[in-house]
Design a protein around this ligand. Structure first.
Ligand code: SAH
Ligand code: AVI
Length: 723
């Protein structure tokens, strides 16, 4: 592959000997390409855009004479006539033969041109030996060598165009000249580049054409750039899909060109009985589907990109991507120049080279397109990543192809993870690392989870909420009788605070209400709604984990009443429940009361139905854990690969909810990987079912006394008053 570090001009520091060696190497290349071609091959001109080989041999010599040698005092031209004949486009150097007439110059003949070339080389070698006095002289010398190299590629392009004019499909060479090296393997895929404010263009002291600078800043939105070039095989699909007959794929000027030129395939392609063939420097050959497509214009490249649902990269995207990750791409510099969507324009602050060479690039900066990279025919060491090649958008005789880009979705700014999310991440990772994968049910309750729970409370199968609310209504008078004035009601896992209203209605002298819940949205909505319905009540919601209770706010003068309905205590492990009750007793202070709602042991069928309802709401509630992990932690849990399961565990007297893996799989949370075997479960919730004595044992272990225990009708739940 091309090595950008090996450009010609580490030469400012190079010795005279190195310069001479380099000069000779560069100058020997074109005569080597001409060897074996006939003088007729080298004299004819295929079309106005192309030049005869003889002209390239002469013009590249003329360049050294006009730019360097002619600057000497009393310079005597090798042959004054050649000054005009081989001036390409330099207005300041007077008359010239128009480009389209270059093929008409039968004189000087090839031998004379080669003699001219030899004389220029003799003079240049003497000039090199004398040394270059100024930076500009040195620059022009190196420019002359790069100019020669550019024409080496043009020589091959123009020669191919000429060979393609013959119905005999002649081979210019036995083997394709590939100074840029062999083709690399395709890699597949694309890399995402973040873009932002990047710098492109040439800076520094090594050689570059004037059009490559100055280095400057460009803003890029995130983009993808394909690793590989578009292949002939892909182009054949494009053709087969009507690529050349669907105006909607083409830019207007491109479509006009397609119609005017009658394009139906890349330049040189022909369809025969044995499929597509193309013209190459080794004659007519079958189109190799695996090889990068060649000889497509910018118009065609644009249409192909539109067909492929992608786009051409801008030249800044191309350069920035190649500077960032050169190793991910195949064939950057050694197959085809790659079309960009950028029009050829001066970079901000562009300054042409001083003097005659100011006409080298700058005056073409209109109506052309930029191509990047390099082709198989580009001399080794000639191209670099800041190199700007340019052609008109309809031109396609150059070795032009394409590499596609696309817009990359803007990723939301990395959010600083909330403490709560960090805990969820840590607990889920720890829980999935256990032999029996398990996670606390408290992580069910994000906004969606809290809403799903409210849906559960209205299910026909889910009796606990209805039964408990009925019992509360029945007992409200008794329960609130001992509250006294200005009491503070502290509710744990308050959720929607619906049951609370039953107590609040029965205790109008209550001073304050402190709902505590881990689900902020549910808590705040409930608190606001209670505050509105009970304007005299002070409402002080606390977001957080009731297993980690902070000191309660100093509100009201009366006693504190703990309220823990819904059998949420059954969702705690027995030791957690005991610790919670003990801690709550401490936080509530002396003389506190505690109203505890529990679900009671009953027949399995009733229990199982309550946790595996016909509508699948409980299943959705259970799976919300996965939804939340995917959204909040960026996990990749496949929702379809897990099934909701409810089990009665008689030994532990609890209903268990699990998420069962339906197949072997691996799951990622950040950098962590977890393997699941089919049938393996995540234990997501236990819902313990109590008896009067198990409630008493639990309460007493935490220092409470059961002052009252009232069970309701079947399916029964119970309310215990602890003191
Ligand atoms: N008390 C209501 C809601 C019960 S649902 C009722 O009886 O209908 C359980 C509630 O407890 C949910 O709102 C959930 O967000 C909350 N919760 C669960 N674990 C929690 C914890 N460790 N800390 C604080 N709140 C929790
Ligand atoms: C909140 N908690 C008491 C409910 C229960 O019954 O254990 C949560 C629940 N899980 C499934 N359905 C409802």
């Amino acid at each position: 592959m091309h090595d950008p570090a090996r450009t010609l001009v580490a030469q400012s520091a190079a010795s005279e000997f190195d310069l001479l060696e380099r000069y000779r190497a560069v100058r020997s290349a074109m005569p080597a390409l001409a060897r074996g071609l006939s003088s007729e091959d080298l004299a004819a001109q295929a079309m106005p855009d192309a030049s005869p080989g003889k002209w390239h041999l002469a013009h590249t010599s003329w360049f050294f004479e006009a730019m360097i040698l002619a600057a000497e005092d009393d310079y005597r031209p090798v042959d004054p006539r050649l000054q005009t004949l081989f001036n390409s486009y330099y207005e300041s150097l007077g008359q010239r033969v128009e480009r389209h007439e270059r093929g008409l110059m039968t004189r000087p003949c090839l031998d004379e041109v080669l003699a001219y070339r030899a004389e220029i080389d003799r003079r240049m070698e003497a000039r090199i030996a004398a040394g270059f006095d100024t930076k500009l002289e040195h620059y022009l010398f190196v420019l002359g060598m790069h100019h020669d190299q550019q024409h080496q590629e043009l020589f091959l392009m123009d020669l191919l165009a000429l060979m393609a004019c013959s119905p005999l499909d002649p081979a210019a060479y036995a083997e394709e000249p590939r100074p840029a090296g062999t083709r690399q393997q395709e890699r597949g895929g694309a890399t995402r580049f973040e873009g932002g404010l990047v710098e492109i263009g040439h800076g520094g002291d090594d050689f570059a054409f004037d059009n490559e600078g100055p280095r400057h800043k460009v803003w890029l939105e995130p983009f993808h750039l394909d690793h590989d070039l578009v292949t002939n095989g892909q182009w054949i699909e494009f053709i087969a899909d009507g690529g050349y007959s669907r105006p909607e794929l083409w830019l207007a000027d491109g479509w006009a060109t397609v119609k005017a030129e009658g394009w139906t395939s890349p330049l040189y392609w022909r369809e025969g009985d044995n499929g597509w063939t193309t013209m190459s420097l080794t004659g007519r050959i079958p189109v190799n589907p695996a090889a990068p497509v060649r000889h497509v214009s910018a118009w065609e490249a644009e249409a192909f990109a539109a067909w492929a649902g992608k786009r051409l990269p801008t030249e800044a995207e191309w350069e920035s991507a190649v500077a960032t990750a050169p190793a991910v791409f195949s064939n950057l510099f050694n197959e085809v120049w790659q079309h960009t969507s950028s029009t050829y324009a001066p970079y901000p602050g562009f300054k042409p080279t001083e003097g005659t060479a100011s006409e080298y690039n700058g005056k073409f900066m209109a109506s052309q397109r930029v191509m990047r990279g390099g082709s198989f025919a580009t001399p080794s060491g000639h191209a670099r990543r800041t190199y700007r090649n340019f052609f008109h958008p309809h031109q396609r005789w150059a070795f032009l192809g394409l590499r596609l880009a696309s817009d990359a979705p803007v990723m939301s700014k990395p959010r600083i993870e909330s403490v709560e999310t960090a805990r969820f991440r840590a607990e889920l990772i720890a829980g999935l690392s256990r032999p029996q994968k398990a996670v606390s049910p408290k992580w069910f309750y994000d906004t969606a989870g809290s809403e799903l729970f409210e849906d559960i409370t209205r299910l026909p199968e889910y009796y606990p909420t209805r039964q408990e609310a009925a019992l509360l209504r029945e007992l409200a008078g008794d329960l609130t009788a001992g509250f006294g004035d200005d009491a503070v009601l502290v509710e744990f896992g308050s959720g929607a605070s619906e049951k609370t209203r039953i107590l609040l209605d029965a205790a109008p002298s209550l001073g304050a209400y402190v709902p505590i819940d881990i689900s902020p949205d549910a808590l705040n909505a409930a608190a606001a709604s209670i505050a509105e319905a009970y304007p005299r009540l002070q409402v002080a919601p606390m977001v957080g984990d009731f297993l980690n209770l902070p000191p309660l706010p100093e509100l009201g003068r009366g006693r504190r009443i703990g309220f823990f309905p819904g059998s949420t205590i059954g969702n705690l492990e027995p030791d957690q429940a005991a610790a919670f009750l003990a801690n709550a007793r401490e936080r509530l202070g002396p003389n506190a009361l505690f109203i505890l709602g529990v679900d009671l042991v009953k027949d399995d069928a009733t229990l199982l139905a309550a946790y595996d309802d016909a509508q699948g709401v409980t299943a959705a509630f259970n799976k919300n854990l996965l939804v939340r992990a995917n959204r909040e932690l960026g996990a990749d849990l496949d929702l379809g690969a897990f099934a909701h399961e409810a089990r009665w565990n008689g030994e532990a007297s609890r209903i268990e909810m699990h998420l069962r893996a339906e197949r072997d799989m691996t799951v990622h949370i950040g950098s962590q990987v977890f393997a699941f075997e089919a049938g393996e479960t995540i234990h997501t919730e236990s819902s313990r079912k109590f008896t009067q004595s198990s409630v008493a044992a639990m309460a007493e272990a935490a220092g409470w006394r059961v002052a009252e225990f009232r069970a309701g009708p079947a399916p029964s739940v119970a309310l215990a008053v602890l003191a």
